[in-house]
Design a protein around this ligand. Structure first.
Ligand SMILES: *Cc1c(COP(=O)(O)O)cnc(C)c1O
Ligand code: SF4
Length: 371
C-alpha cells in the first residue's frame, strides 16, 4: 500500500479508494504536475506545446505508479506529454483518423458485418499519449447526447446482421450510471444484438471505478457483457487493479486485454512475457497486441513489425498459448485488422513440411489426409 500511495500519503484511505475523488483530483496542468515530480525539459515543453491539442490529465492513482527517478518509466511515458508529440515529423507523417472511423452517423463505425463500434464520449481518466483516438481530444470533454445515441441505436436496429456492439470512447465507463444504463437498455431492446463489449482502460487508470456496486449491478443486469481493457506494462498490475478485475469477473463479465506495442514502453520480449504472466494470474486473457497505428501525434511510439514478431516468437514455448496475444496491424483506410504470426514453416514439398519448433529445432513432418 505504501508503494501505491507515492506522493499522496496525506490523502485518506476513503478518498484514495473513491473513483470520484480520483477524477476530481486529476492532475491537469504543468504547475500541478511539477509539485509531484521533477519534470524533464522535453516534458515541460511538451505540456506547453500540446495544450489545447492533446490535453493532459493523470489520476493521482496512475501518477503514483511512476518512479520519479526514472525518466524512462513506462507509466511516465504513457501519461506525461513530451515535445516530440508536436514535432514536425511526428505530425506530418501521421493521420488524425488513419483507420477512417469517422462516418455518416457521428460516433458510429460499421466496418465488419457483424460488429459496430460506438464512440460515446471523449472523456478519459488519463489521456494516454499513444491514444489512437487522439484526434477527438481537442473537442474537449464531451459525451454524446441522448439524441445522438438514439441515432446510433436506430442504425443498429435497422441492421439485423449486427450481433456485437462495441462501446468505446474516450472511456465509456466514465459516463454517468444513468447514461450507461440508458445505452445498455436501448441496445438490449434490439433482439439481434447478442453481445455488448465495453472498451475501457479504467481498470488500469482508475480501478476504483469498479468498487462501485451500482455500476457492477448495471453491467450484470444487461449480460452478456464483455470488457476489453488495455494494460500495456506489468507495472500497471497492482493490488487495486487486481481487485477491480476480480470484482468484474465475479459478476460474470469476462475481461480481455488489448495491448499496444509501444517503443520505450513494452517493445521488449521480457516485458511482454511478464505482462502476459501477470494478466493470466489475475484471470485476464491477453487477446490482442496491436501494432501502433500511424496516428498524428503518436508516430514516435511506433516500432518495427520485426520487433512485434520477435516478441511473439519469444513467447511460444515460454508461456501457455493462453498467454500469447494475437499480434495484429490495423490496415489504413479502415480496411480492418490483419493478424501476424512468425513463420514456422521452413519449407514444404508436397505434404512434407520442415517446421521450426519453439526451441528452434527443425522437424520434418508429413501430414497426409487419410482417404
Ligand atoms: C477493432 C474493431 C472492431 C472489433 O474487432 P474484434 O476483432 O472483434 O475485437 C470492430 N469495429 C471496428 C471499427 C474496429 O476497429
Ligand atoms: S483511455 Fe483509451 S481512449 Fe482514453 S486516452 Fe487512453 S487509450 Fe485513448
Amino acid at each position: 500500500m505504501i508503494f501505491m500511495r507515492r506522493f499522496f500519503d496525506h490523502v485518506s484511505e476513503k478518498d484514495w479508494l473513491s473513483y470520484e475523488w480520483q477524477i476530481r483530483n486529476r492532475i491537469r496542468t504543468l504547475e500541478d504536475l511539477k509539485k509531484f515530480i521533477p519534470l524533464l525539459p522535453e516534458e515541460e515543453e511538451g505540456i506547453k506545446r500540446t495544450k489545447g491539442l492533446y490535453p493532459l490529465a493523470i489520476t493521482p492513482y496512475y501518477l503514483s505508479l511512476i518512479d520519479p527517478e526514472d525518466p524512462n518509466d513506462p507509466i511516465r511515458i504513457q501519461a506525461i506529454p513530451r515535445a516530440v508529440e508536436v514535432d514536425e515529423k511526428v505530425q506530418a507523417d501521421g493521420d488524425p483518423d488513419a483507420l477512417r472511423e469517422e462516418g455518416e452517423i457521428p460516433g458510429l463505425t460499421h466496418r465488419y458485418p457483424d460488429r459496430v463500434l460506438m464512440v460515446v464520449t471523449t472523456f478519459c481518466a488519463v489521456y494516454c499519449r499513444h491514444c489512437m483516438r487522439k484526434r477527438i481530444f481537442s473537442q474537449g470533454e464531451v459525451s454524446r447526447t441522448k439524441e445522438e445515441i438514439d441515432r446510433m441505436i436506430d442504425y443498429i436496429r435497422k441492421h439485423e446482421e449486427v450481433r456485437d456492439v462495441l462501446i468505446s470512447g474516450g472511456d465509456p465507463l466514465t459516463l454517468s450510471l444513468e447514461k450507461i444504463e440508458y445505452i445498455l437498455k436501448r441496445i438490449r431492446e434490439i433482439d439481434h444484438v447478442e453481445i455488448i463489449r465495453f472498451g475501457t482502460r479504467l481498470p488500469v487508470l482508475a480501478p476504483q471505478r469498479f468498487f462501485n456496486d451500482r455500476l457492477l449491478d448495471i453491467l450484470e443486469r444487461y449480460s452478456p457483457i464483455w470488457i476489453n481493457t488495455h494494460f500495456n506494462h506489468p507495472k500497471e498490475i497492482t493490488e487495486l487493479s487486481e481487485e477491480a478485475i476480480d470484482r468484474i469477473l465475479r459478476r460474470g463479465i469476462p475481461v480481455n486485454n488489448q495491448a499496444v506495442l509501444l517503443k520505450g514502453v513494452n517493445d521488449d520480449p521480457e516485458v511482454m512475457i511478464q505482462l502476459s504472466r501477470s494478466l493470466l494470474r489475475i484471470k485476464v486473457k491477453p487477446q490482442y497486441l496491436f501494432h501502433c497505428d500511424p496516428i498524428k501525434g503518436a508516430m514516435h511510439f511506433r516500432t518495427t513489425v520485426e520487433k512485434g514478431l520477435e516478441i511473439i516468437r519469444f513467447m511460444r514455448g515460454r508461456i501457455s498459448g493462453m498467454g500469447i496475444p494475437t499480434y495484429a496491424v490495423d490496415l489504413p483506410g479502415g480496411k480492418g485488422k490483419v493478424p501476424l504470426l512468425p513463420n514456422y514453416v521452413v519449407s514444404k514439398k508436397g505434404n512434407t513440411f520442415i517446421f521450426e519448433s519453439f526451441s528452434g529445432e527443425l522437424v520434418e513432418y508429413t501430414i497426409d489426409e487419410v482417404a
